[in-house]
Ligand binder design. Structure first.
Ligand SMILES: *Cc1c(COP(=O)(O)O)cnc(C)c1O
Length: 382
């Protein structure tokens, strides 16, 4: 019956939402490493918790269902998820990567994986022709992120997936900013979806987790093999907490994005703000494409103050948002990409991507947006 139900219902009723052994209303924390076997030859489904754990399995089932994929795989962090996906490739392979991909992904690719022989180059994925032109004979995959971080650039998922398919590339997308509640890249032809579940899926700034969903069972088997062999699994307690967070995803996303929309529109009229980046503003260059492929603009707004010192003054003066790395929590979080998410990126690379010293990123939480606006206003006045 899953297919007939709408997404908001499936978030709660996806087939792995209750404990099959006891009927408990939530799949409990199976805090175990190993499972007693009835027979030494015919081993049961649960053997050793690096391979299978019922709490993790419930979460993996839920995320696969919500993304419209076949297999879900849970990892110890978003970066563990992304790096485990990168283990699908081998030395000599080349990956084409969207140029404003998450800073940690950029760092892993340009240090660990480059040293290990996996080539990568960066392309402006908002222009499909540039993607097509950048494919090399040894290119194996395209890795994109839309909206991108922190300037919320929009790539056309269907257009880049079709180019990649034509060239025989595997398509990977980081869907952290949208979550499957707002955007399901598999519907547009993507093969692999990755998440930092630390953000909106967990939703409460109380855990670190990563998820991967594959469009096919065959790719799911390869990813599960890597999960078991490499071992960067998510523990049962955090698996439980992510499942718990996902139950309120629709409610949180709806309220947080209403707040983000109000704040973005307000910021657009504030003198002294040079630019506002939010895909829900009609003046955003990716507005039309984004609303074609996503059900909303999300809860992250970036904006640019005139320079570093004015941004620093502003960040020291806000009272409500946490000044912190991360996003997607119930509380608003104000980040400074130059020293936080993109602190590991060389300065010239960072500036070339529009990540100036005046740029700040606000993840809008569940507070009343009027209170947030008043707080931003007083801090901008300093
Ligand atoms: C935070 C983040 C990551 C990394 O996830 P961790 O859970 O911190 O390892 C990857 N991609 C995006 C878009 C992120 O925001």
């Amino acid at each position: 019956m899953g297919d007939a139900l709408r997404l908001r219902t499936r978030i709660l009723h996806h087939g792995a939402d209750t404990d099959p052994h006891t009927g408990a209303a939530a799949v409990p924390v199976y805090q175990v490493s190993t499972f007693a076997q009835k027979d030494p030859v015919n081993l049961g489904k649960y053997e050793y918790a690096r391979g299978e754990n019922p709490t993790r399995e419930a979460l993996e089932h839920a995320i696969a269902e919500l993304e419209g994929g076949v297999t879900g795989v849970a990892f110890a962090s978003g970066m563990a998820a992304i790096c485990s996906v990168l283990l699908l490739f081998q030395p000599g392979d080349h990956l084409l990567v969207a140029e404003d991909v998450y800073g940690g992904t950029y760092r892993a690719l340009t240090t660990i994986f480059r040293r290990w022989g996996l080539e990568s180059s960066f392309v402006d994925a908002t222009e499909p022709e540039k993607v097509a032109a950048a494919v090399r004979p040894n290119t194996r995959a395209l890795f994109v992120e839309t909206p991108s971080n922190p300037t919320l650039k929009i790539s056309d998922l269907a257009a880049v997936a079709s180019i990649a398919k034509e060239k025989g590339l595997l398509t990977i997308v980081d869907n952290t900013f949208m979550t499957p509640y707002l955007q399901r890249p598999i519907d547009f032809g993507f093969d692999v979806v990755v998440h930092s579940a630390t953000k909106f899926l967990g939703g409460h700034s109380d855990l670190i987790a990563g998820l991967v969903v594959s469009r096919t069972a065959e790719m799911g088997e390869r990813l599960k093999f890597i999960q078991r062999a490499f071992g960067a699994i998510l523990g049962p307690q955090d698996s439980y907490l992510v499942s718990r967070g996902i139950k309120t995803l629709a409610a949180r996303m709806e309220i947080q994005q209403i707040g983000a929309g109000k704040i973005a529109r307000w910021l657009a009229d504030v003198s002294g703000i040079r630019k506002v980046y939010y895909p829900g503003l009609p003046e955003h260059p990716g507005y039309k494409i984004h609303l074609r492929q996503a059900a909303g603009a999300g809860a992250v707004v970036s904006f640019e103050l005139p320079d570093g010192p004015s941004a620093h003054r502003f960040m020291r003066s806000v009272r409500l948002p946490l000044l912190a790395v991360s996003l997607g929590g119930v509380e608003s979080i104000l980040s400074y990409p130059a020293t936080m998410s993109h602190g590991s990126m060389p300065r010239e690379e960072r500036l070339a991507r529009g990540i100036t010293d005046g740029l700040v990123r606000l993840s809008v939480g569940l507070e009343d947006p009027e209170d947030l606006i008043r707080d931003l206003e007083q801090a901008l006045g300093k």
